[in-house]
Design a protein around this ligand. Structure first.
Ligand code: ZN
Ligand code: FE
Length: 255
């Protein structure tokens, strides 16, 4: 494993992630819901913090940034498109840019939809993708700023990554997401299995993230909007993939 991953629960249902390059000790954090739990994790491990990668402008993903920068001196990376509504950036990023954590290379993807300017950070050699509120475990983020077509295009980029990629998403919403998924595909056996796994994990107080992309492809209805039986179950057998996604997202909003 070229990068060590640590999942840090924050606030009531947010996640931040530490990634550390073993060879150099360089360490980065994805999103800062609050500084306290991150500083505690760094102290417990004896790690420094070098870089902060921000996925999008919502407060629950950035509000600990200033305190963490003051405490660690870390550099801050976030979307050029969101520079006016993010903490001060050391470097502004756009799709196609690259970031590094020690010797590991990460690619920047624009995964707008939940917000416009939402980024994902993909480290292919480590099979890690930080998707925050775009692709989530068993679901996807609500469309606050983007159109359904924009989010569908963003999810399609993520769906095309290696199926062994670990999807590191931003919230513990999996239980409710899968309850909705079961209304779309009541006969999906992989989904039924996952509902049991997630219930067991939550009963044990464990996070349900990260999740494997292969499991998302098999059980996340928002990645499955293009399948004929899913289209048919929504009464949209002849609609486009993006139209089916739009109807599914609208139903989830009302669920
Ligand atoms: Zn958000
Ligand atoms: Fe969020």
């Amino acid at each position: 494993m070229p990068l060590e991953l640590v999942t840090i629960p924050c606030l009531t249902d947010n996640y931040a992630y530490l990634i550390r390059d073993e060879a150099t000790g360089e360490t980065a954090l994805v999103d800062v819901p609050e500084a306290g739990p991150v500083l505690a994790e760094l102290a417990a491990r004896g790690w420094r913090l070098d870089k902060i990668f921000l996925t999008h402008h919502h407060h629950d993903h950035i509000q600990g940034t200033d305190a963490l920068v003051q405490a660690t001196g870390a550099s801050v990376y976030g979307a050029q498109a969101d520079a006016h509504r993010l903490p001060p950036l050391t470097r502004a990023l756009s799709e196609g840019d690259e970031v590094t954590v020690g010797q590991s290379l990460g690619h920047v993807l624009d995964v707008s939809g939940h917000t416009l300017g939402h980024l994902a950070f993909v480290f292919p050699a480590a099979h890690l993708a930080f998707t925050a509120d775009s692709l989530m475990a068993g679901g996807c983020g609500r469309l606050f700023e983007g159109s359904p077509a924009t989010m569908w295009a963003s999810l399609s980029k993520l769906a095309a990554l290696s199926a062994q990629t670990l999807i590191c998403s931003g919230h513990e919403y999996t239980t409710a997401n899968l309850r909705f998924a079961a209304t779309i595909e009541p006969e999906n056996a992989a989904l039924a299995d996952r509902i049991l796994q997630v219930a067991a994990a939550r009963a044990a107080g464990l996070p349900t993230v990260p999740s494997l992309l292969s499991q998302e492809l098999a059980t996340n209805p928002f990645l499955r909007a293009k399948l004929p039986h899913v289209k048919a179950s929504l009464g949209l057998a002849h609609a486009s993939d993006a139209e089916v996604f739009a109807e599914m997202r609208a139903r989830k909003d009302r669920f």
